[in-house]
Design a protein around this ligand. Sequence first.
Ligand code: ADP
Ligand code: ADP
Length: 232
Amino acid sequence: TPVVRLSGVSKTYGSTKALTEVDFSCFSGEVHAILGENGAGKSTLIKLIAGVVQPTEGKITVNGKELVLKNPSIATSHGLVCMFQELSLVPDLSVRENIMLGAPGTGFGWLNSKVVPQAESILEQIDGAHIRMSMRVADLTLAERQQVEIAKALTRNPKLLILDESTSALNSSVVEKVFKLIRKQRELGVGVLFISHRFHEIEALADRISIFRNGQYVETFDNGAFDYGYII
Ligand code: ADP
Ligand code: ADP
């Protein structure tokens, strides 16, 4: 079953066509990579799914529910977790506060502390044991912030996980540990949308690969059947 489905979705910004009549699905239990050059519409696709921007035309469903919401934190209640390239952590808050912010079962509150030990355990698994809960996010390196973001996302029990260059600052040994956790999510039936410029990461993780070009969906390949010379 699709965790997200776009039907005839277009998005224009003024006179710029960012996406044109896109039909696209990501299924439960698959890692679906999105490939395309700069300006292809990848960020727009993700922002539409996250509910951050509204489609000009067409319909988007997440978990079978039509998405009509603008607020990304509300999209979270649809079982969606996004990790944007522009990191979504609040710099002036501590790691602990960021992890608790909007945790499940708390509405938009700060109440659920169960997620903190869970996040600590995830951090340990991705070489982030040195990151203390009391540290201010602003004082962390980009790599450490990405580790925190990943730990936070995985405490949310998402149905759809969106990774937009979420491992760009991590070294390959940490990336492999993150991928191990993502494969575990896939086994649990989570759908994963994965945007990366690193072909070897796509090759290592993706089940299917969809190509976008100039705002249009072009084609979907099974990984293995995909020719990595395609884009060039
Ligand atoms: P990608 O993520 O693949 O690089 P984007 O979705 O960011 O592609 O952009 C697709 C097209 O839409 C580009 O031509 C880009 O300049 C344009 N675009 C994206 N966001 C905006 C915006 N907020 N205002 C105007 N144009 C935008
Ligand atoms: P990415 O690196 O993911 O491709 P971009 O560098 O294309 O992202 O865009 C970064 C941000 O700027 C995005 O939020 C996008 O929506 C916005 N943006 C892109 N193109 C334009 C544009 N022409 N006018 C306004 N905002 C834009």
